[in-house]
Every structure is written in C-alpha cells, then in structure tokens.
Design a protein. Sequence first.
Length: 339
Amino acid sequence: MRDHRLTLDRPSTVLTVDDINALFEDELPGPDAQSRIVAPPAQATTELLRGDVQRLVRRNGMSIHYSDAEELCDMTVESESQPQLSIKVFLQGSVEARFDDLLIPTARKTRAGWQPVASILAQPRRARFVRRSRKGERMRKIVISLTRDWLEETDLGREERQALLAFSRRHMDMVTWRPDAAMVAAVEQILRGAAFNRGLHALHVESRALDIVTDAFRTVFGHGGPGAAGPLNPTDRRRLSRLHDFLAASTGPLPSIDALAREAGVSPNTLQRLFRATYGMSVFEWIRTDRLEKARLLLERDHASIAQIAFEAGYLSAANFSTAFKRRFGLAPSALRRR
C-alpha cells in the first residue's frame, strides 16, 4: 500500500507551485511533467492557496484529494490528467474546471447558502485539464480518483461491475446530482479531520471515502438500497432532481407523501421505490437526515435561535429536535453552538 500525504494545516499555511507539483507528481504523465501555471506569471515559491490541502494514494489505485483552502490569486492551471474514474463533491466555492473542454459542475451559491454538487466522470484515456479560479474564493471539496485496476479488483456484483466498467469506458461521460445529507456529512467528516494518529487518520479518510464511492455508485446505477429495482433512467433522475429543488426551498412541517409525489410527477409508491433504490432509505428518512445536516450547518454558521432552526428542520418541539440531533451527531444543538 502506498500512502502519499501532504498536509497544509489550516488556516495560515500556504501552498506554492512546488507544493502542487509534489502533491500530484504521480498523476502526471512523466517524471519531467508538471502542472503549468498559465496565469499569473509564477515562480516555484509563488503562494497560491492558504488552508488545509491533503492527498492520500491508497491501495489498488484509489486517490483521495480533499481541501478547504482559499485562493490567494486569480489563477489558471493546466495539466494532463491520467486515465481514471473520478468522483467529485464540491460543498463550497466555484471555479471553472474542464477536462477536454467538458465543464465540471462546482457548488452554486444561493440565497440559502452554498448548494453542493456531486459528479462522476469517466476518463479512460489522458485528458487536458484546465482550472481557472479567482482570488478570495474558498473551495471545500473532495475528489476521489479510481484507476481501472481498482474497478476490476473491487468486490462488486456481476451486474454492478458490468454497468460500472461499461460507463468507465465512455470517455468524458459524466453524471451529476445533488449529494444527499449522508454524502455531505461524509465529506464534512473528512474536511474537519479527527484526532487520530497518522495511520488511523488515513484509515478514517479511506473509510469515509468508500462511503462516498458507494453512495455515488448507488445514485448513478440505482443499486444497493432495499427494494432497488435496477438503474435509474434519465426520466427518474430528472424527477428526483425536481423534487430536490422543491425540498431545498421548503422549511417547516414536512409535506405529505402525496404532495411530494405530485411534485415529482409519480405515485407515492413509485416515489418511495425511487428513494430506496437511490439512497437506501425512505423519502422521510432522507428528508429528516438532510434537514438535520442543514440544521447543523446553521448552528455552526448562523445566529438564529435553536427554536427557529428546529422549526425550519420540521420540528414543532425544540426538545424533539434536540433528541433527534443528538442521536445523529452525538451532541445536543446547544453543545455544538458552544464549541
């Protein structure tokens, strides 16, 4: 097992041009290749990022790159990306990133805050990568790259393996979706770090990354949840996307299953089947998980009262909200706010 790790401890450490080349040296096509800073003119010691940036290369071809860092200048970077299947989850920040002119979706800022986005990209051959960013942008993201060896050696069911390998062979094929609360929580756990020693920290990151990979495969191919009925077709994906938009704009008491089904354009039974096939849980289990995750973010970043946050999460009783919150996150809302 190889374990490459570069750590820049938040918030004052900076990442230079040399750091970028060291961080991604094994992904570049040759020993003399480098990421090229197109703009601004940069020296080896030019400071590009400030924050926490890490990368782990794990067993059988899994690479985990994650960061919570601020851009220190307007910047354009070019490099050649090696063949891979990549899963990207952006929680915050917007940049222009392209593989062979294919634009990669990043987080979108709305009145309610940053809207996370996830994608899975098939890249069976080398591709030109270009990234353009702006000074002051804070990026919170994870990128999990999987080689063909990893895909072939991972223990998957026959149908899942066939679907995954077929997808991985279609150059620049990409599926995008809005990550659910469980995936967002897994990314947050990686970005926040934990009080482990070096070896246990790497295992912790890998375990959360495998959760993200599993959720991504379930979302894209529709397998793994109780009652799964096979891969989701584009129509079903659009229905779920429409419902996600509706739920993102709603607060307070939970809508009825009939109202949610009408919004998605399906029957209540079909809606439950889609959620179980995609997320492995019922509609209301997913909504409660999602709202609790949003409530946690509000408690950390907003000055609203706990009672108001509880109402927005769909709880008429602050006590019931506190019980559900502690069951999920291990501490009461008031304890989180005091941290």
